[in-house]
Design a binder for this molecule. Sequence first.
Ligand SMILES: Cc1cc2nc3c(=O)[nH]c(=O)nc-3n(C[C@H](O)[C@H](O)[C@H](O)COP(=O)(O)OP(=O)(O)OC[C@H]3O[C@@H](n4cnc5c(N)ncnc54)[C@H](O)[C@@H]3O)c2cc1C
Length: 500
Amino acid sequence: MSALNVDVAIVGGGFGGSLLALALRRAGLRVALIDRGRHPRFVIGESSTPIANLVLKDLCREYDLPNVAPLAKYGTWQATHPQLVSGIKRGFSYFHHEAGQPFVADAKHSTELLVAASSSEQHSDTHWLRQDVDAFLFREAGAAGAICFEQCEVGEIEPVVGHVFNVPLKHRHVENVPHELRTRFVVDGSGEGRFLAQRLGIEDRTHELRTNSRTVFAHFANVTRWKRCLESRGIDTAEHPFDCDHAALHHVFDGGWMWQLRFNDETVSAGFVQDLNRSERPNLSAAAEWESWLRRFPAIREQFANANVVRPEGGLRSTGRLQRKLAHVVGGWWAMLPNTAGFIDALHSSGIAHTLCGIERLARILIRSLGRDDLESQLREYEHCVLAEVEMIDLLVSGCFAAMGDFRRFATATMLYFAAATSYERARLASGGEFRPAFLLANDEQWFVVVRRMCDRLYEARSIEQFEREMVEAIRPFNVVGLCDPNLRNMYRHSALPEN
Ligand SMILES: Cc1cc2nc3c(=O)[nH]c(=O)nc-3n(C[C@H](O)[C@H](O)[C@H](O)COP(=O)(O)OP(=O)(O)OC[C@H]3O[C@@H](n4cnc5c(N)ncnc54)[C@H](O)[C@@H]3O)c2cc1C
């Protein structure tokens, strides 16, 4: 039996665990990265945002990661790593559907909302084919000196002496993996695996969340472009600020929504999300449920008329409730990455950016404070921030869910998310690298008050006109890109992040 000594053991080698490992290695810490699976493997959660790319770029600068840096923009990604499948994401597009009806549009775009995120293809955000990106980052972590284990289970973690812990490892198939790993700190990046929550019996607080949703999803080939569907129905797309398929495309309807993310290999990640606050999970197989959604929405059915599932290997996947929130995010010798501590929903693509913000904060804490007296207080601050971010995302997303049946109300509710995101982006750009605010301004008390109030007003406001007027006033201090402008008729071009 051999023992390995490291400073930080990271459980979970998704992109989050691997990027943290890379940052810590560059700062000279000894790192082990352990995953129970094996790369490349299918993962859902693919659409990046301007915030994600700003943070990724800063992480690459701070920790000198020239191989990873090109992934922060579509143009540099294509030039440097074309073998890693990605897709162009110029922004967010939303389309309203009525069950049993064809999709209709009008000159006011009252059933459409397009919000630009990037100003050109070159500088655009991306969809990440996660199996490619995660495998790449895992390899990069190994190349930087992290000791990487795949197909490894972690046993009971026990204190050895002082601040050193024993992390027993058991490889699923190979005998000669060290059975003992000794570490000073453990990071849980296991996501829904909830590794530490299970080991330490950490209280589950999911019941506190407002959002209550689930999904059925897969990757498909032969999905007709939505733009083509619109044009074949004579719907003019000339006023769209970007190609609506080069986006996180959302089909929105009473009781749920659907995401579509198109990759360069012409496959599409797609999933129907059901609002469990409005209806119960159907007692159907994933395939039968998928068909039942398509039957309800004829325009989407048309888009999928020739589609076939290409990933994951087992076909369509169906989930229970997606949300999670834990009572604690840190302890004296451990911390969780954001996606392990809490997750809300795919709406508005907040997950990758949230994870990256957490990596940025946690890496600095571990590099500066591991082994020092202020570690615990730093970790408490991190915990406070991550939980506030989870609460903020929950408010922003649940407000939109509540309005999904009424597109005008829904479009107004999304303005809260876009105000938070664009304010954060601009503040970060202006800060020149030393940026402190929490993701989506979750540490800004004034902003929290606005979001909580407007989520309540969503139900209370007498009319949509009144709700819209109140929204304009409420977000005014945070409205840096001209949101809530009726003259733009739901077509937001100037929300795109300035080139940087
Ligand atoms: C349906 C859905 C759609 C989403 N869409 C988007 C989107 O469009 N945009 C976006 O930004 N975010 C999205 N997300 C969120 C996004 O998936 C997460 O933010 C992201 O996966 C976080 O990455 P991670 O590396 O922290 O965790 P994960 O990707 O969850 O990786 C966790 C890793 O830990 C490993 N693991 C688990 N348990 C153990 C264990 N006990 N021991 C060892 N290893 C373990 C797993 O094998 C895995 O490799 C979505 C999430 C869902 C559920």
